[in-house]
Each structure stands twice: as structure tokens, then as C-alpha cells.
Design a protein around this ligand. Structure first.
Ligand SMILES: [Zn+2]
Length: 316
């Protein structure tokens, strides 16, 4: 689409009014299956920006989908992702085995096999599916880094847990916001209303990439997020939380799922539009800051679906 790109580029205008996204009107969601194209056609991204995109999906999870081979990340004792060619009579759905096409069955658990996005349907008694909740796919997103703290495990558990505390998360978010505010003083583009307004998505990095990619979390009592931190993020107006951990809650918590409930305010004031994306990997080369997030999610009518969130650097 070179013509479109030529007419909508230059980069200087790219991040001003044409992309000054109002907060999505969730009361009028786009019909299922209709991508929210008017806001962020990929052709609008200049090539050099697109080239600088960083997938924050745990790519081996996506790769798990590509190859069905180890290494794959894993959590919550889920069976590994696997794919097998269909066999019917003489037919075999694998060209490597002499078939005419590749035609595989898959076995997948989105919560345990890699990067996935989930909606309140993950914890609700009612059947609620992600493709009804996530109807907008492009947002500003802030990336913050917060190391979990070692704290005593909550009763009745013993030992110590690694926890992202509300205080630490709040300090990181407020620190970044202040930094962006100061930068906006010196750049009109950064001061544009869209750039200056709080983003809808927060990407939480808790460790370097190498400690998160293809991690086998099952049975490790993975780090988690304090419920008060999720409540605070919801209060700030964030709708999408992405993190490099297998869950916002403790691996074993007697079914409490306190952070999930705090985030979605379920069941009393449920935030239907809110999502959590778990088991991402944030590239080390990507500093804390504000980005464009493109949420690529398989449209599966379930509580969660494999996803491939991609962050784009913003121009100056
Ligand atoms: Zn999950």
C-alpha cells in the first residue's frame, strides 16, 4: 500500500491527530469479526516503524504452534501443545509423510501453553468469551519493569513468595508517567493529547527476557501480583494488563484468585472489556516507556485464546 503510506506518512504527523484515539466506546462494540481497521491500518505504520516492532508474545509459544516441538513454555500442569496429522484410510495430513497437504489436529491449552489473553470468563460463573469482550485491538501501552519482592507466603502456606507489590507497581507507573510528562514539555508531538493521555494497556515486565522465555512454571510457585496492585490499575483506568508471568495470582491459592477478581471487579461491578495477557516475553532491547500495542488474538469463543501482542515504538 505505498500510496496510502505516502499520503499518511510523514512520521511527524503519524502520532498526532490521525491516531488521537478517543477512549473506545465499549457500549457500541464493533460486530464480531470486524477488525477495528479505521483506527490503525497497518499501512499507516511507516516501514521503518514496522520494522522496529517487537513481539512480546512468548514466541516459542507461537513457535509451539508453529512447530509443535519443544522448547515450549508451560504452566499449571497443562499438557504440552501438540499437533498430529489427520489419518483417514490412505490419507495422511502431512506432506513430510507423503501426504498432499498438511492437515493437523491440535491439542492446546491456552492458559498453560504460552502467551494468551483472557477475559473475565476465566473466572465467571456465566459463560463469557474473549471475542465478545476484546473488540478493540490497538492501544497505547506503557511498559514498566518491576522486580517481585520476597515476602512471607500468605496463610495457610509456608515459605516465601515472590510478589509484585501494589506499592512497587504504583511507583513504577507514576515514575514513568512523570518521565513522559517531562519529555512532553520539550516535544510538541509527545504533548499531543493522545500521547499525553493515560494509556489503556500496561505491560508489566518482572525479569529479563532470558528468565521468561520458554519457562516451565509448573510447580514452581511462580511470582505473582498483589491483588491491591490489580485493584489500583483498574482504578487508574487500565483495561489491558500484560505480564511475563503465568498468572496474576499465586499458583496455589485455594481457589481465591484474588488478583483476577480485583482486576475484573467480578462479580459486583464487572469490567467486561478488561483483559489479562499472561506469559509474554518483553525483549530486553525494549526500554520502559510508551508504545503502540497491537493485540493480535485468535478469535476463539472461549474464555482465553492464544495471542501475539506486538509493541511498536513511537516516533519522536
Ligand atoms: Zn491464564
Amino acid at each position: 500500500m505505498p500510496i496510502l503510506r505516502a499520503s499518511l506518512h510523514p512520521a511527524k504527523t503519524l502520532f498526532m491527530d490521525p491516531l488521537a484515539l478517543p477512549r473506545p466506546d465499549y457500549s457500541h462494540p464493533y460486530p464480531l469479526g470486524q477488525v477495528y481497521r479505521p483506527v490503525l491500518p497497518t499501512a499507516l505504520w511507516p516501514a521503518e516503524q514496522a520494522a522496529e516492532s517487537d513481539a512480546v508474545a512468548n514466541s516459542e509459544a507461537a513457535a509451539g504452534l508453529k512447530e509443535a516441538l519443544p522448547p515450549q513454555p508451560n504452566a499449571f500442569w497443562a499438557q504440552p501443545f501438540r499437533a498430529e496429522p489427520v489419518r483417514m484410510g490412505d490419507f495422511v495430513g502431512a506432506t513430510a509423510l507423503g501426504g498432499v497437504v498438511n492437515f493437523f489436529d491440535w491439542w492446546l491449552n491456552p492458559h498453560g501453553n504460552g502467551t494468551h489473553t483472557e477475559c473475565v470468563g476465566h473466572i465467571s460463573k456465566e459463560r463469557i468469551v474473549l471475542c465478545d469482550c476484546l473488540t478493540h485491538f490497538a492501544f497505547y501501552a506503557d511498559v514498566v519493569t518491576v522486580a517481585p519482592r520476597e515476602l512471607p507466603a500468605p496463610a495457610p502456606f509456608s515459605g516465601r513468595d515472590a510478589v509484585v507489590t501494589a506499592a512497587d507497581l504504583q511507583a513504577a507507573v507514576q515514575g514513568l508517567t512523570a518521565k513522559l510528562g517531562a519529555a512532553a514539555q520539550s516535544s510538541p508531538a509527545l504533548a499531543s493529547p493522545a500521547r499525553a493521555s493515560p494509556p489503556l494497556a500496561l505491560v508489566l515486565r518482572t525479569a529479563p527476557e532470558a528468565e521468561r522465555r520458554n519457562r516451565h512454571w509448573t510447580g514452581t510457585n511462580a511470582p505473582y501480583v498483589e491483588a491491591a496492585a490489580c485493584a489500583w490499575l483498574a482504578d487508574q483506568g487500565y483495561d489491558h494488563l500484560l505480564l511475563d508471568l503465568p498468572s496474576v495470582d499465586r499458583e496455589a491459592d485455594q481457589g481465591l484468585l484474588a488478583a483476577h477478581h480485583a482486576w475484573w471487579r467480578y462479580p459486583h461491578a464487572t469490567r467486561m472489556q478488561a483483559t489479562i495477557t499472561e506469559m509474554i516475553v518483553v525483549p530486553d532491547a525494549l526500554p520502559d516507556g510508551r508504545y503502540w500495542l497491537h493485540m493480535q488474538v485468535a478469535q476463539v469463543a472461549m474464555d482465553a485464546a492464544p495471542s501475539n501482542p506486538v509493541l511498536y515504538r513511537l516516533g519522536d
